[in-house]
Design a protein around this ligand. Structure first.
Ligand SMILES: O=C(O)CCC(=O)C(=O)O
Ligand SMILES: [Mn+2]
Length: 206
């Protein structure tokens, strides 16, 4: 995974950036941020080394399994609450630190935690939500890396209902910041695809 000098990695990134031109948002998509061989290695390591969990949520007195596996890593003692689930961070491992340092080189912020999602097939999904928990502060910076199966990423404006669909491909990096979470919802709908996908959303927990 160290096949290219680090500086040339950073210099070659800007031409990959596509600004997603939507009102009241700040979204940039970098396709092929990670090349094919690196992406394949990262995917295999993440499937193998991450402590994947099947979380359950309670809704109106019933419990449901989340339709995906998840894991929460980061600096010591970072507790995160989302969808009624409370998780305690597992300390960073090398593969996560390597991915994190590469995205930090373009994002110019330091992330202190990451929520990982594992979509075992097209029947796994995430429903409409914003990454707007209080712990993320007013204008959260969310750095989202995808490996494996391409999946549709839907965006919907909270008041105008304007929609935008992006495809998140293997090795892509989606950066959401500014007022994006305040104004837009996002979701990964179920799909007919069979392949497995791993997504990492790096975050800054206050
Ligand atoms: O899998 C994705 O691309 C999105 C995941 C997501 O929205 C989240 O973890 O908050
Ligand atoms: Mn999200």
């Amino acid at each position: 995974m160290h096949s290219r000098p680090y500086d040339s990695f950073v210099d070659n990134l800007e031409h990959l950036a596509t600004i997603i031109d939507l009102p009241e948002s700040n979204i940039t998509l970098y396709n092929h941020f990670f090349n094919e061989p690196d992406s394949r290695k990262f995917m295999a390591t993440l499937l193998d080394e991450i402590q994947w969990k099947q979380e359950r949520i309670s809704l109106y007195g019933k419990t449901y399994e989340l339709p995906r596996l998840t894991a929460w890593y980061g600096e010591r003692n970072k507790t995160y609450r989302y969808s009624g689930i409370t998780v305690q961070s597992i300390p960073w491992i090398a593969v996560l630190e390597e991915i994190k340092s590469k995205i930090e080189s373009v994002t110019k912020v330091k992330f202190n935690s990451v929520l990982l999602n594992r979509y075992r097939s097209g029947t796994d999904s995430v429903s409409w939500h914003s990454d707007d928990e209080c712990q993320l502060g007013r204008h959260p910076v969310i750095g989202s890396v995808s490996f494996g199966q391409s999946r549709l990423f839907k965006l919907k404006h909270k008041s105008t209902k304007q929609r935008k669909h992006l495809e998140l491909i293997n090795g892509s990096y989606l950066l959401m910041k500014g007022a994006t979470q305040e104004n837009w919802l996002h979701a990964i709908p179920k799909s007919k695809c069979q392949g497995e996908r791993v997504n990492l959303t790096f975050r800054i927990i206050k």
